[in-house]
Design a protein around this ligand. Structure first.
Ligand SMILES: Nc1nc2c(ncn2[C@@H]2O[C@H](COP(=O)(O)OP(=O)(O)O)[C@@H](O)[C@H]2O)c(=O)[nH]1
Ligand SMILES: [Mg+2]
Length: 360
């Protein structure tokens, strides 16, 4: 399963956000605990809910992502052995940035300044990656002298580019790497090549500023960067919200001038940032969202469900979610010629409902 690491400076609201995300309130999740906390989060999807209304299945299965809460400051983590190794295993980073004022909670680095915090953390991660690159280059240069090896030379060439970028304080996610170049350095699991979602943790008085993230992202220029997204929540409001029933929640949101919880949007932003899409399978036993990378073929998608279905693959029948809902059933969608018969190489689109015909 794909993992998103929740990182940031100390006391910015990482654990608060983790608890909101996983709904695991209290119970030993204090920010003083040194070990990381792991939780599986369902990706909210109104389309899946709609399909479940249609089919009334025994089971509805959402797509999931794993979130890992990290303790303390990411600057300290990046500097220490085992901790930094754990961080390197993350598929993406959710960087919580403090934007709330609260005298009772001291801010690392003094006054609240989201931009400065992002820059400081980014610089630290850039320096960590640079140290890894330099060490590897030193080793490579010795090896290349001893024997000619095209793979090592390729790696050397890509790492030189990485080094040049990092020395200019540019994150590696900004480099345009060809797939084979990316492959050559994948093993290093660099921090700054990971997709990053900046989450502004807003104060209560800013909770209703729905476009806070947009504004901040545009002003700072971060939003336009590759594999980078900016989002905003108010940790305090969301934490209280998570404790309420539906009716109270609506009233509570309204009192802050909000329409909906920001958390669903946040989870979806993380999902898309990872380059993931969902396709659905439907039936009276189960309606389910399956997670695949954008660009996945029908044959690969079949393998996600079961190796037998992949092995015996005959055809994929695919229908757009909207068309299926409008038709009311797969049979009617077929009559309307909206159910397309596709082969192994067909690229699955986000939101398609797919039925695999297979032998055996
Ligand atoms: N006022 C305010 N306090 C918050 C907010 N989010 C978190 N906090 C408080 O800030 C402190 C640190 O939060 P925590 O989630 O433990 O931060 P962590 O160190 O990054 O894990 C706690 O006392 C939280 O109650 C927020 O949105 N507003
Ligand atoms: Mg914490």
């Amino acid at each position: 399963m794909l993992k998103i690491g929740i990182v940031g400076l100390a006391q910015v609201g990482k654990t608060t956000l983790f608890q909101i995300l996983t709904r695991a309130h209290g119970a030993g999740l204090g920010s003083a605990k040194p070990e990381a906390h792991v939780g599986v989060v369902r990706v909210p999807d109104a389309r899946l809910e709609r399909l479940a209304e249609m089919y009334k299945p025994e089971k509805t299965v959402h797509a999931t992502i794993e979130y890992v809460d990290t303790a303390g400051s990411v600057i300290a983590l990046a500097r220490t052995g085992v901790q930094s190794q754990n961080l390197r295993e993350m598929n993406a980073l959710l960087h919580v940035v403090r934007a709330f004022e609260d005298e009772a909670v001291p801010a690392e680095g003094g006054a609240v300044d989201p931009r400065r915090d992002i820059e400081n953390v980014e610089l630290e991660l850039i320096l960590s990656d640079l140290a890894v690159v330099e060490k590897r280059l030193e080793r490579l240069e010795k090896d290349i002298k001893k024997q000619k090896n095209p793979a090592l030379e390729k790696e050397h060439q890509v790492l030189q580019r990485c080094k040049a970028a990092l020395e200019k304080q540019t994150a590696l996610r900004e480099l345009e790497l060809k797939p084979e170049e990316e492959l050559a350095i994948r093993g290093f699991t660099f921090f700054t090549i990971k997709p990053v979602l900046y989450v502004l943790n807003l104060g209560e008085k800013d909770a209703a500023r729905a476009n806070a993230a947009e504004e901040f992202g545009a002003q700072s220029g971060w939003k336009q960067r590759p594999r980078t997204a900016v989002s905003a929540v108010c940790g305090k409001v969301e934490a209280e919200l998570a404790e309420l029933g539906d009716a109270d929640a609506a009233e509570f949101l309204a009192s802050y001038g909000l329409k909906e919880s920001a958390v669903a949007r946040l989870i979806r932003a993380g999902y898309h940032l990872l380059g993931l899409i969902s396709f659905f399978t439907v039936g009276e036993d189960e309606c389910r969202a399956w997670t695949v990378r954008a660009g996945t073929t029908a044959l690969e998608a079949a393998g996600e469900i079961h190796s037998d279905i992949q092995r015996g693959f005959i055809r994929a029948e695919a229908v757009k979610f909207e068309d299926l809902v409008a038709a009311g059933s797969l049979a009617e969608a077929r009559t309307r010629a909206q159910l397309k018969l596709e082969g192994k190489e067909y690229v699955i689109a986000d939101g398609e409902v797919v039925h695999f015909r297979h032998s055996g």
